[in-house]
Ligand binder design. Structure first.
Ligand code: BG6
Length: 511
């Protein structure tokens, strides 16, 4: 198979990952088994993992190294992107260890410190990457104990913290967490994960915009009529997820982080340079320009919240949201949200950005579509069907089937001037002949390389929460809160979401 040309360029453009000991808090959890360790394994398979890297899993349950490795192996066999090779796994897993401790047990951190120092004496790297992937209620304990035990300082190396989501549940809790993080790690050593930023196509948004002359000249309110961001999932509350989700809802779970990150990549100005702060300075400006809401009533006009009722998804009968496992039967948590957002700056004044995200929609897919204004209808307006035909739409498919396509109108072959919509299509799979790395592969490498570009900065997280809080407050604290709409599981969402666009003469693009 042909080499992926991305990798070559990619490596030359960024810092090299450095060897370290990765300490994962919450090592017995799903994220470690399904994402983090398989990501490290695939990096090893590609020869990208720095030599001598070690992993220490920190969690409450009592386990030996062997039992821990065995559980990881079972999952890796199932989910590894490039398959599982037993010989490589054996070598790779020799460097994985388990450390049993409660998260609030000081003694456990002291033992960890001794263990890391012992490993260093035996040749392990003095660099430490603390990956905090526990349940969020332990984040404070872990960070404070890292500080008290002195684990956050290594005599001969660096110490960094990767913090998983959710980063707070509102502005106040995010500010609190930022403060606790800042007591233990400097901002430059803090990596707040948003795995959407690690997705290959999300990274390509900046390349598409700023490395091509074609698009950027059109990228403003003179030529763009509207932008849509859709993030659909067919899954519901499988695997006990309802417990977490019912406290969060689509707005906190997906909009505050992943969708607003995609929005800022689409709407940002060209950065001064590609440094982490250069890029994040521009992204945060977009968030600051998002039009606020003046009242709960305005939230009702620009945001639709909804829950699914029973229905059929992929041929299976499924229950409604309120009847899902671990969901409160009287729940007022949204499983779907659609928003009309305005970015009040010179580039985007007047252009609506529509966003929708939901569970139990017909299929999984995330895409961004940029809808251009109509061409002046002076020459081909008489051509059959021209006025009903879609205009130019640039579609960025984040997942699955990653790629970019441009819808144009073309003349159908033959004597008559009949127009037909056609597509110019770029697919990653066809052009690069290789599956894209998983988001966590890229993000782990970047954290080891000290590159925080694809991680959220303190002010980005807080600015996003400040905006989201206005909506949450209108829903949960206002005297007359906007109502909750309904959609059948397996449908594309409530009729209220269609009306949100219809009021501007727009409609949702079918994925
Ligand atoms: C997570 C959310 O951050 O992203 C989940 O908590 C969601 O609810 C998931 O299912 C979607 O991620 P992906 O990469 O599968 O699109």
């Amino acid at each position: 198979m042909e080499e992926n040309p991305f990798r070559e360029t990619d490596l030359s453009l960024r810092n090299r990952p450095e060897s370290c000991v990765v300490v994962i808090f919450g090592a017995t959890g799903d994220l470690t088994h399904r994402k983090l360790v398989p990501a490290l394994y695939n990096l090893a398979l590609d020869g990208d993992l720095p030599a001598g890297l070690k992993v220490v899993g920190f969690a409450r349950r009592d386990k030996s190294d062997e039992v821990f490795r065995e559980g990881l192996r079972e999952l890796n066999q199932k989910v590894s992107r490039q398959g599982h090779d037993e010989e490589l796994w054996e070598k790779f897993s020799e460097n994985i260890h388990y450390h049993q401790s409660n998260f609030n047990e000081k003694e456990g951190y002291a033992r960890l410190r001794e263990r890391l120092e012992e490993m260093e004496k035996n040749g392990a790297s003095p660099n430490r990457l603390f990956y905090i992937a526990s349940a969020p209620e332990f984040f404070d304990d872990i960070l404070l104990n890292l500080k008290e035990s002195g684990l956050n300082e290594s005599e001969n190396g660096w110490c960094r913290a990767v913090v998983e989501k959710p980063f707070g549940t509102d502005l106040a809790t995010a500010q609190h967490l930022n403060q606790v993080v800042a007591e233990t790690f400097q901002e430059k050593d803090t990596y707040r994960i948003d795995h959407y930023l690690g997705k290959e196509t999300a990274q390509n948004i900046m390349v598409l915009r700023f490395a091509n002359a074609l698009f950027e000249v059109l990228w403003n309110n003179r030529f763009i009529d509207q932008v849509q961001i859709t993030c659909a999932e067919d899954l519901g509350m499988e695997g006990g997820r309802g417990g977490y989700y019912d406290k969060a809802g689509a707005m906190r779970d997906m909009v505050q982080n992943h969708l607003l990150q995609l929005l800022s990549l689409i709407a940002m100005e060209p950065p001064a340079d590609l440094s982490a702060d250069g890029v994040r300075d521009e992204k945060v400006k977009v968030l600051k320009c998002m039009r606020p809401f003046s009242s709960a009533e305005e939230v009702g006009e620009r945001v639709v919240r909804a829950q699914y009722t029973s229905g059929t998804v992929n041929g299976n009968e499924v229950v409604g949201y309120r009847r899902e496992d671990r969901v409160n039967p009287g729940s007022m948590t949204e499983s779907y949200v659609a928003l009309k957002i305005f970015i009040d700056n010179w580039r985007w004044a007047g252009v609506p950005f529509y966003m929708r995200v939901g569970k139990r929609l017909p299929k999984k897919g995330t895409e961004i579509s940029i809808h251009l204004k109509e061409a002046p209808n002076v020459l081909f307006n008489a051509a059959a069907g021209a006025e009903a035909m879609p205009g130019n739409v640039l579609v960025i498919r984040i997942q699955p089937d990653e790629g970019i396509s441009l819808g144009i109108r073309s003349k159908r072959p033959g004597p008559a001037a009949t127009l037909q919509p056609v597509k110019m299509d770029f697919r990653y799979q066809t052009s690069f002949g290789k599956s894209s790395p998983e988001a966590y592969e890229r993000l782990l490498l970047d954290a080891m390389a000290g590159d925080a570009t694809l991680f959220a900065r303190k002010d980005e997280v807080e600015t996003a929460w400040r905006w989201v809080d206005q909506v949450e407050d209108a829903w949960h604290k206002a005297a007359s809160p906007p109502s909750m709409a309904e959609y059948a599981a397996g449908s594309w969402g409530p009729k209220e979401a269609d009306a949100l666009l219809a009021s501007e003469g727009h409609e949702w693009r079918r994925l």
